[in-house]
Structure formats: structure tokens, C-alpha cells
Design a protein around this ligand. Structure first.
Ligand code: SAM
Ligand code: SF4
Length: 331
């Protein structure tokens, strides 16, 4: 088995996004319905032992970066021990975490000690009432405490802001202004139809072009930064500001040509694209009495059958119009 993974389109694959749970303590309307969520029964979730084995095998195959996501990773009991364990893996260069920040502030010293390289904090507004309207929970103060803690501990921080037509588009400049005084990357993400229901009606389309127009009209001197390899964001900076501003064309899918990522869902579904069906059940493979080499063979074959982009993946997918919750895939 080769020690680096290259897909059938010649793209190196070195990054896995592992969703450790589908549970969450918020109910962001673009991600989950308010009620009636059918969580995955516990025995169907990967155990931490299974996740450790999966990460180890992927690292042996050439993955060097893991993002821990969910659901909300910190609602799963035992997560810190898991992070500690995978941090010992030789060859795993980076562990990053995406969190809503509700429970994260008290964990920051441990996250720093474990060596978590960066945290993506999801925050769509700086207004407490609006935070409640979007997430259906009154947790803004805890999330802000996490943001301040990340600054205090000097943990590299990205803020993920989903741009929601008619909901927070009047606040984009206020969010961008965080980069004036904070060393933070504020990234505006196009809303995708992964909300556990069906496509919302949009008052107007806020795609990456419109987001950029808005930023350029506010900051005429804003300039483009070079794109790091396999970057999903177009990155900009306002002269003299400490942080940077990114735009992620998640719905327009402009970045597929260099996509280097794989996904493992909370149930152990192995995906080679956000928009694809599971390529196979990694959980079932891990629960069969088979060798590491045999599990790696499943992974290798899935990587050799990747769609060339998110549009092809969506076309090939059996479920038709996207209606899954992002929490069940791992955003
Ligand atoms: N609970 C954690 C959090 O919110 O950061 C991690 C999981 S969440 C599914 C990961 C990311 O997906 C968040 O930044 C969230 O804003 C984003 N997300 C969820 N649903 C989305 C959607 N429909 N469109 C765009 N981004 C979405
Ligand atoms: Fe929870 Fe994150 Fe989804 Fe919001 S975006 S409901 S915080 S999983």
C-alpha cells in the first residue's frame, strides 16, 4: 500500500475531517431543524477506539492533518482523551478543531497542552439576540468567552460565519472589523442546503462574488493574499489590519480542483466529497474481524473512485436533493 494517497484525478489526499458526534447543544437553523431531530443511536456511532484506529490507518496511508468536527465535538464525553491519544500518532502533523464555542473556553489550556494547532469557531453574529434567533439558544456570552480565551492562549483562530440572506448580511462589515484588532481569520461561508430539512427560500443570493463586492465597497484598498495549497477560501487583508478575511464558496464549489480532503461521518460513513454518498461504511469495515491492510484497501479503493467535483458527486448521489443536516456529515 503506498504511503501517500493520490486520487483518480491526480489530487493528493492528505486531510480528513472526522465528525465525532452528530449531537449538538445549538440548533443553528441552517444546520438542524428546531425539533424532531433523529440522533443516531449510540451503538451506531464510531467508538473512540474505532476512531483512533481509523485515524492511525489514514495517517499510515499519508494523511497528515485531521479536523475534529461534528455535531459539536465537545458534547461527546471522552473527547479530550481521544485528542490526547491521536496527538501521539507519528506522522500526524496537525489536529484542528471546529467548535461552536459553547463549552470550549474551560478546555483551552488542555487544548493548548495537547498541541491543537488551530480552532475554527463558528460565529455568525456579534449580537446576542440575533445569536439566539440563529442558533435558538442563548449562548452568545460563552462563545465570546471562548473567542477571548483563544486570543489569550494565542491559539490560531478562524471564525466561520455563514452568510445568511436576510439574517446577518447587514453585519458582514462588523464581523470583518474583528480583523482590525484581533489576529483572527474571519471566513464568510456561502450557505449550503444541508439543514436537515430542505432548501430554504433565499431573499437574495449571497454568493462569494456578492460577499466580495460588499467587502470591496467598504474597503477599497483590501488586497488578495496568495492561496495556500488546497485552500478552500479566497483570502484578503485590509492594509494595517491584524487579521485576514476569507470567503468560502462552499455552494458555488470553486475549489474542487485541488480538494485534498476526506470525511468520516459520526456513523463511520467514509466520504470522498461533502456532496457525495458514503463510499463505504468504515464502521462496518472496522467491526469486521479484518486486518489493517484490508481496511486500508477499502479506503484506497474509495479514493480511487472520487468524483471530480461536488457537482459530479451530487449527480452521482442516490439521495437526490440535499437535505441532510451538516451535523450528520461533519461540516
Ligand atoms: N458544531 C461545530 C460548529 O458549529 O462549529 C462543528 C460542526 S458544524 C456542522 C461545522 C461548520 O459547518 C460550522 O462552521 C457551521 O457554520 C457550518 N455549517 C453548518 N451548516 C451549514 C450550512 N447549511 N451551510 C454552510 N455552512 C454550514
Ligand atoms: Fe450545532 Fe455546529 Fe450545526 Fe450549529 S452548525 S447546529 S453548532 S453542529
Amino acid at each position: 500500500m503506498p504511503h501517500s494517497l493520490i486520487d483518480n484525478h491526480g489530487r493528493p489526499v492528505s486531510y480528513v475531517r472526522l465528525a465525532v458526534t452528530d449531537r449538538c447543544n445549538l440548533r443553528c437553523f441552517y444546520c438542524m431543524p428546531e425539533e424532531g431531530i433523529q440522533y443516531v443511536p449510540k451503538p451506531h456511532l464510531l467508538t473512540f477506539e474505532e476512531m483512533e484506529r481509523a485515524v492511525r490507518l489514514l495517517v499510515e496511508m499519508g494523511v497528515d492533518k485531521v479536523r475534529i468536527t461534528g455535531g459539536e465535538p465537545f458534547v461527546r464525553r471522552g473527547i479530550m482523551g481521544f485528542l490526547e491519544n491521536i496527538s501521539q500518532l507519528n506522522g500526524l502533523r496537525q489536529i484542528n478543531v471546529t467548535t461552536n464555542g459553547v463549552l470550549t473556553a474551560p478546555l483551552l489550556p488542555d487544548l493548548q497542552r495537547i498541541g491543537i494547532q488551530s480552532v475554527n469557531l463558528s460565529l455568525d453574529t456579534l449580537n446576542r439576540q440575533r445569536f439566539f434567533d440563529i442558533t435558538r439558544r442563548d449562548e452568545f456570552a460563552n462563545v465570546w468567552e471562548t473567542f477571548e480565551g483563544l486570543q489569550y492562549y494565542k491559539i490560531k483562530t478562524k471564525i466561520n460565519t455563514v452568510v445568511m440572506s436576510g439574517k446577518n448580511t447587514d453585519e458582514l462589515i462588523e464581523m470583518a472589523e474583528l480583523t482590525r484588532q484581533y489576529n483572527v481569520d474571519v471566513r464568510f461561508i456561502e450557505e449550503m442546503p444541508f439543514n436537515g430539512e430542505a432548501q430554504h427560500e433565499y431573499a437574495e443570493l449571497w454568493n462569494y462574488k456578492k460577499i466580495l463586492d460588499k467587502l470591496q465597497s467598504q474597503y477599497p484598498t483590501i488586497y488578495k493574499l496568495p492561496d495556500p495549497p488546497a485552500s478552500t477560501s479566497y483570502n484578503y487583508q485590509v492594509p494595517g489590519y491584524k487579521g485576514t478575511i476569507g470567503i468560502i464558496a462552499a455552494f458555488s464549489r470553486t475549489f474542487c480542483g485541488t480538494c485534498n480532503r476526506l470525511r468520516v461521518t459520526p456513523q463511520g460513513g467514509f466520504r470522498t466529497c461533502l456532496y457525495a454518498d458514503n463510499a463505504f461504511s468504515l464502521r462496518d469495515a472496522l467491526r469486521q474481524n479484518i486486518s489493517d491492510e484490508e481496511v486500508k484497501k477499502y479506503i484506497y479503493e474509495a479514493v480511487q473512485n472520487r468524483a471530480k467535483d461536488g457537482f459530479e458527486a451530487e449527480q452521482r448521489a442516490s439521495r437526490g436533493a440535499v437535505s441532510e443536516s451538516m451535523a450528520a456529515i461533519g461540516g
